[in-house]
Design a protein around this ligand. Structure first.
Ligand SMILES: O=c1ccn([C@@H]2O[C@H](COP(=O)(O)O)[C@@H](O)[C@H]2O)c(=O)[nH]1
Length: 304
């Protein structure tokens, strides 16, 4: 049993370091922009420079597993080194790996990422709920047991997600809302912030805001079918979990979107930038300055 839950560690990190996650995505283009070779050696230089610049200042670092997996076993070995270096320097590491499968297989994924004895153990992972949130139970259990966190995709930042995530169920809720509701239930017993989070892109529609005029609120009832494409009207009240907010920067999301998309749940938002911050490298000083600018803008937007 871990000493502290991921929720508690997340609160501490966000309070001490500010609301920011920086993605470690060794894209071909990013490697070239830094004058690096598009291979494991180039990716290693890229990732370790980001770790050197940011791991002792930024609350959460988020390696994107795909960019490592593409190099085969050498890429996975690099991912292990990056995770270890980032955690040693004090950042929480959220592995963006979006796993999901039948429960018995999810258990193996949970062992891979959330069992502290695994070579690839991280603080938290992203998971895909599209085989049913219930199929992810072994991941939630492993997280509870070892103080890990799980971020469930609900409203992703890409436009293609809309057709699936905003589809309406027979009970009138969107698929996304039903995922949000299941994650809310998982956090019900938590003392302090729960460890089960959501992924909600900065580019999605407005949440169901308590500050909306009453006349407008009515249109967001669960049986309503006329929500425009700009309003997902998701209800995050009582979630009591952290929310990873990708889509910031390169995909067009801005700090001023946080309130619109998350409403009062903005308190535990973790806005996430990958390419935009990396584009300021390879200078360590410039990377730090970019992270400082981003965290200050997000902090200000969350406070507003
Ligand atoms: O809804 C989602 C979920 C995950 N991502 C991931 O975040 C980064 C975004 O990179 P940028 O360079 O900041 O656009 C990337 O790893 C995605 O796989 C997301 O974009 N949207």
């Amino acid at each position: 049993m871990a000493e502290k839950s991921f929720g508690a560690r997340c609160v501490e990190a966000l309070e001490r370091r500010g609301p920011l996650c920086v993605g470690i995505d060794p894209h071909d283009d990013s490697l070239r922009e830094w004058g690096l070779s598009v291979d494991v050696a180039g990716a290693e230089r890229f990732c370790m420079t980001l770790v050197e610049a940011l791991a002792d200042e930024v609350a959460v670092l988020k390696p994107q597993s795909a960019f490592f997996e593409r190099f085969g076993s050498a890429g996975i070995a690099l991912l292990e080194r990056v995770v270890q270096a980032a955690r040693q320097a004090g950042a929480l590491v959220l592995l963006d790996v979006k796993r999901g499968d039948i429960g018995s297989t999810v258990r193996a994924y949970a062992q891979a990422y959330l069992d502290p004895s695994s070579p690839l153990a991280v603080d938290a992972v992203t998971v895909s709920p599209f085989l049913g949130v219930g199929s992810l139970r072994p991941m939630f259990e492993m997280a509870e047991e070892h103080g890990g966190g799980v971020f469930v995709l609900a409203l992703t930042s890409n436009a293609e997600g809309i057709t699936v995530q905003r589809a309406r169920r027979k009970d009138g809720r969107t698929v996304a809302q039903s995922i949000i509701d299941e994650v809310r239930t998982l956090n019900e017993e938590a003392t302090g912030l729960g460890s089960m989070g959501l992924v909600i892109g900065a580019t999605v529609g407005d949440c169901r805001s308590q500050s909306m005029p009453p006349g407008r609120q009515k249109t967001y009832g669960i049986t309503h079918t006329g929500i425009s494409s700009g309003e997902t009207a998701h209800d995050l009240s009582g979630l009591n979990g952290p929310i990873l907010v990708p889509g910031m920067g390169a995909q067009g999301g801005k700090p001023s979107d946080l309130r619109r998309v998350l409403g009062s749940a903005t308190k535990y938002a973790i806005p996430s930038y990958s390419r935009e911050i990396a584009s300021q490298g390879p200078s360590v000083t410039a990377l730090r300055a970019a992270a400082t600018t981003a965290v200050e803008a997000c902090r200000e937007a969350i406070r507003a």
